[in-house]
Ligand binder design. Structure first.
Ligand code: ADP
Ligand code: MG
Ligand code: MG
Length: 887
């Protein structure tokens, strides 16, 4: 039978799975010889058994009895003993800290008799009755599920009766009558008497802590923090020490460094004559911890010494809960403290300089997500005339200011005139993409953190506040209303903070983060910004350690140049279809509408020099580095007008309709697909429209030749999308090779170009061995591969049911956000393995949003890919994670 109960002297900090964070660290402190009140921990395994079967595991009761007896022996008193009671707290504590999410009950063991024993022992009636009423209150709330306000109201009434606002002024008799009132509340609300048997109190509290694992708020918190659902919580039984024994007692919290900035110093709060939960509950005003030096110098010095011990022992910033009982200091909790992103980088480097950790460890201590947070623009100080309208969900961090617009068309139009806009929608859909690209930020009134707006915005590194439910968005009328009847019309300036979810009317000034200015080369290490220096040190080590290279997804010279400044080692995905938008749409229309080979060729001839020009710019920005260019991928109808609008236009015009419009409509109808994602696109398009791919390949080859003649070092890689069978690839490859040869002969310049393919269909992954015969590289297009593996249309499913799926735990995170290792990941592994077998040394990379997602980067490292490719803004994140994966 497993061991279900551990004395504090038996555990240690590495047993968090079993003892929870709190229990493991209480044991660690005990074994360090720090003053921890004795106690024991019931394991999370016992909790899991209880949650699964509804009963406590066999043998648990015996074990608890044994440990309780030992504790009573050590303390020289029994639980609830009438003349001198041992009191205990029953405290939750899971593997991952879930602050305030679960329950704790203090002062267990008090009843109508032992309250007198406690009073006599302490020589303090008031204290004893105060402790007793706290027990009933906490027990009532936590174990019996009674609304806590009922108790608070009774306390307020008692204070009113005394004519005071402070519970310090309440006297013993006040607490004694509160105990009576509280018992009445329990009777009324729970339909039972408050249990006076100490052991029954303890057992019920243990079960209540177990049950609190599945409280709705705990479930919600775990989902947000991606904590597994089935860990369960441990329970700590800890003998009580009392901070409410007079003014020489008190309770407090402390950090060994400032969790906001990482600054070393003395941070914390202290409250005299109070019990633990009073500090966090904000019942009375705490004093800064530094005041403790004046109040109780002995305890203060001891606390500082212990804080130093803990930092040196954990080699990290710790947070601490302590209590002082009549001048004696007790440690009640410690853990490695949560911190802001900036503090994480600073602290890691401070500890490095102190020699407590090495560079590997410092790099492990910071995350890509933290780096991403440091890269978003931020609001400078607030200014007058700016009104906070509401708070939505902080879907994608950053700070954005612009004129409110309600349609994609307006967003594109205004931004085209150089104006900053915020796209405001009830929710966004794929048609809003252009508007989202054009906007500085996106604000929606519906949808959560996996809504279309949120997911797409995060992918683009665009600020987004979603699900601002208090806003009533009227797209047709071009306005929204906020609480208090404020109406915001199109053109009014709003500011949105994607890090907090706040929405303001008016302009809050925005500035680039120092970290971005450093990556951009606008800020140097000589400027002496501590945060920038810390980021630089960690990044340098990550780059030196990484096995994966990091490339960028970029479609133009400007993005390429930026990506390079951010540390990209090439381009992993250049999407050529973006080059067909804007003014060039007309040329594409001509191509589609062409009635014969000549017209088609004319259209292609017009497009070619434009494409060539684009490629030259990109090759120049990425000189000496590989540039993977994907031939056109999306279905052609995406370049044509909307079918409904056009039908209406033609119908309204009747006989007078434009010949061109009629032809367009015909084409739109011809190309209309039920399921465009699975339709005529990618390599299929290249095989069906003669000359299309050739034109693109020629443009690439000509651009490369021109760059070479200009003294550059272009490294093109031509990528064929949506291949499912090696035969498709062979056909395009032959055509492309012929063109490359032709350009080489004509220009006399020999620029080698790799030809490879995307692996984004399950069939491609499963036949990767064959495909590798014709491909010099694979790039895993994990966006499409996820769609086709799951059978999810990304544009439809996220809004439709992803939040339900997350709720049900079908997946912990959207597979579009983090690569699904078991399914999609398995296809990637198979393809990588078989591709390598067929063509040793084949280059393998991944493009698609997963390339910038920390967890997915680690996966790519494990599979041994050569590179990941992600949007320019995510490159530092991917670099850091690539390094961390290798350390
Ligand atoms: P949480 O996880 O919410 O912080 P805790 O189990 O740490 O809950 O307990 C809540 C409060 O009660 C804390 O301030 C803690 O310091 C205090 N506390 C817990 N156990 C004891 C004890 N045995 N003696 C005195 N105070 C305690
Ligand atoms: Mg605590
Ligand atoms: Mg694709």
């Amino acid at each position: 039978m497993p061991k279900f109960v551990y004395d504090f002297t038996e555990g240690n900090k590495d047993l968090k799975d079993l003892l929870g964070g709190k229990g493991a660290n209480l044991a660690e402190m005990t074994n360090l010889g720090l003053p921890v009140p004795p106690g024991f921990t019931i394991t999370a395994e016992a909790c899991r058994h209880y949650l699964e079967h509804g009963t406590l595991p066999d043998g648990l009761e015996d074990e608890v009895n044994r440990h309780l007896t030992a504790l009573e022996g050590a303390m020289g008193k029994r639980l609830g003993q009438s003349d001198d009671p041992l009191l205990v707290s029953v405290r939750s504590g899971a593997k991952f800290s879930m602050p305030g999410m679960m329950e704790t009950v203090l002062n267990i063991g008090l009843n109508d008799e032992s309250v007198h024993g406690l009073a006599a022992q302490a020589g303090d009636e008031r204290f004893a009755w105060d402790s007793y009423r706290r027990l009933i209150q906490m027990f009532g709330k936590t174990v019996l599920g009674i609304d806590g306000d009922l108790f608070e109201d009774a306390i307020e009434a008692a204070k009113d009766a005394r004519g005071t606002k402070d519970d310090v002024d309440l006297r013993a008799e006040d607490f004694e009558s509160l105990v009576d009132r509280f018992k009445g509340i329990v009777r009324d609300q729970a339909g039972r008497e408050f249990p006076t048997d100490p052991r029954e109190q303890m057992d019920l509290a243990v079960r209540a802590v177990f049950d609190s694992w599945n409280a709705p708020r705990a479930i919600l918190y775990r989902r947000q923090e991606r904590i597994p659902v089935d860990l369960g919580t441990a329970v700590n039984i800890c003998s009580m020490v009392f901070g409410n024994l007079g003014m020489d007692s008190g309770t407090g919290v402390a950090f060994t460094r400032d969790p906001a900035t990482g600054q070393q110093g003395i941070y914390g709060d202290y409250l005299q004559n109070a019990q633990g939960e009073d500090v966090v509950a904000g019942i009375r005003n705490t004093v800064p911890l530094t005041e403790l030096e004046k109040i109780d110098k002995g305890s203060y010095d001891r606390l500082l010494a212990i804080m130093e011990t803990l930092e040196n022992h954990y080699r990290d910033m710790c947070d601490i809960e302590f209590t002082i009982e009549r001048g004696k200091l007790w440690m009640l909790q410690t853990r490695v403290g949560k911190r802001t992103a900036a503090a994480a980088f600073r602290i890691a480097c401070q500890l490095l300089d102190q020699g407590l950790i090495d560079l590997d460890e410092a790099t492990r201590r910071v995350t890509g997500d933290q780096l991403a947070q440091l890269m978003f623009p931020r609001f400078a100080a607030r200014v007058d005339g700016v009104k906070k309208l509401t708070r939505g969900m902080n879907a994608s961090p950053g700070a954005a200011v612009g004129k409110a617009v309600f349609t994609t068309a307006r967003a594109v139009e205004l931004s085209g005139r150089g104006e900053d806009v915020i796209l405001v929608r009830r929710e966004t859909n794929p048609d809003d993409l252009a508007g989202m690209v054009a906007a500085k930020g996106v604000l929606t009134s519906r949808g959560g953190k996996t809504s279309h707006a949120a997911v797409v915005a995060r992918g683009m590194g665009k600020t987004c506040v979603c699900g601002a439910e208090e806003l009533d968005v009227d797209v047709k009328a071009g306005r929204f209303t906020a609480p208090g009847g404020v109406t915001v019309n199109e053109g009014d300036v709003v500011s949105i903070d994607g890090s907090s979810g706040d929405v303001y009317l008016g302009e809050v000034p925005v500035e680039d983060s120092p970290v971005v200015r450093y990556f951009e080369g606008e800020l140097s290490l000589e400027d002496g910004d501590e945060l920038v220096t810390a980021v630089d040190r960690v990044m340098e080590h990550a780059d030196a350690s990484a096995a994966l290279r990091v490339r960028a997804n970029a479609d133009n010279a400007e993005d390429s140049a930026r990506a390079r400044r951010f540390g990209a080692q090439g381009i992993g995905l250049c999407r050529t279809e973006h080059m067909f938008l804007g003014d060039r749409r007309q040329l594409v229309e001509k191509l589609i509408l062409a009635e014969d080979a000549d017209e088609r060729q004319a259209a292609l001839d017009a497009l070619e020099p434009l494409q060539k020009q684009d490629f030259e710019g990109i090759f120049e920005a990425m000189d000496g580095l590989p540039v993977t260019i994907r031939l056109i991928d999306p279905p052609l109808h995406e370049f044509l007008p909307d079918i409904t609008e056009l039908s209406v236009k033609v119908a309204l015009a009747g006989d007078g309709a434009d010949r061109k419009d009629r032809k367009l409509l015909e084409a739109v109808n011809r190309l209309h697909e039920q399921n465009p994602m699975l339709g005529l696109r990618g390599v299929r398009l290249g095989l069906v429209i003669p000359g299309l791919f050739s034109m693109q390949v020629r443009a690439i080859a000509e651009a490369a030749a021109a760059r070479r003649l200009a003294g550059g070092d272009p490294r093109p890689e031509i990528m064929i999308p949506l291949v499912g069978a090696v035969q498709e690839l062979e056909a395009v490859r032959e055509e492309s090779r012929a063109i490359l040869d032709e350009v080489r002969e004509r220009t006399g310049v020999d620029v080698p170009a790799l030809i490879g393919t995307m692996i984004e269909l399950p069939r491609a992954a499963l036949t990767a061995g064959q495909i590798a015969e014709a491909a010099e590289f694979f790039s895993f297009g994990t966006n499409d591969l996820t769609q086709t593996t799951w059978g999810f249309s990304r544009d439809d499913v996220e809004a439709a049911f992803f939040s339900r799926y997350l709720e049900l735990g079908i997946f912990g995170v959207s597979p579009f956000e983090t690569l699904d290792r078991d399914g999609v990941g398995r296809l990637v592994r198979i393809a990588a393995e078989e591709g390598r077998k067929a063509r040793p040394g084949i280059k393998l990379g991944i493009c698609g949003e997963h390339g910038g997602d920390p967890d997915s980067v680690h996966f790519c490292h494990e599979v041994g890919l050569d590179y990941v490719s992600c949007s320019p803004f995510r490159i530092p994140v991917a670099r850091l994670e690539a390094g961390r994966a290798a350390i």
